[in-house]
Design a protein around this ligand. Sequence first.
Ligand code: PGA
Length: 242
Amino acid sequence: MKIYCGKDYKEMSRIAAKIIAAQIIMKPDCVLGLATGSTPVGAYENLVEWYKQGDLDFSQVTSVNLDEYRGLSGDNDQSYRYFMNKNLFDHVNIDKSRTFVPNGLEPDSGKACSEYDGIIESVGGVDLQLLGIGHNGHIGFNEPADEFCKGTHCVDLTASTIEANKRFFEKEEDVPRQAYTMGIGTIMKAKKILLVASGADKAEIIAKSLTGPVTPQVPASILQFHNDVTVVCDEAAFSKLK
Ligand code: PGA
């Protein structure tokens, strides 16, 4: 596992963006596993800037996102499809028909999940998977559980996740209670993983995930078993790592 520590959010974002840019340059037709949440926004801003300067070309890139709220359509401004369009896809030359997010509007969860697994398989799996981390150690929407889930599945969001995400909604009742998420098995099959974390409120879970016991109660702890993980933090998120 490689760990890079930037001094603040800005530096952390730049380091993370460089790793993603290097992937695109090395393999222009790569499959990027992308993430939402506030942490990756700065990295996406850097990628957009480098694209505008002519240093990056997304024309052959395929992307698969980690998760989507169940019940939200792509034009709902709280959906993760909307987030990806707004923060990255609308500003670069990626072919939108090759950007994939679970279908939040498919009410049949078995169908939504098997279709998404089929998409990931058909694009040949993920070359570089970007991950944020929740305060409870979730990656994607893989919440603490009794076992690690392999494929895409429908999850009930925990109280802590609803609490953390309510800042994006008008009121807490508006936060969807379920989501479709890529499974831990799929995340672990990515060739490379890039985990980003920022802020003192992430320090404890970063230390626990990277150095504590591997357990489905701390989903990110499974990353200790992946052979190509890069963690990019700022000093605050790094502060409890020995
Ligand atoms: P955040 O979310 O980047 O908004 O902190 C991370 C996550 O919950 O995966």
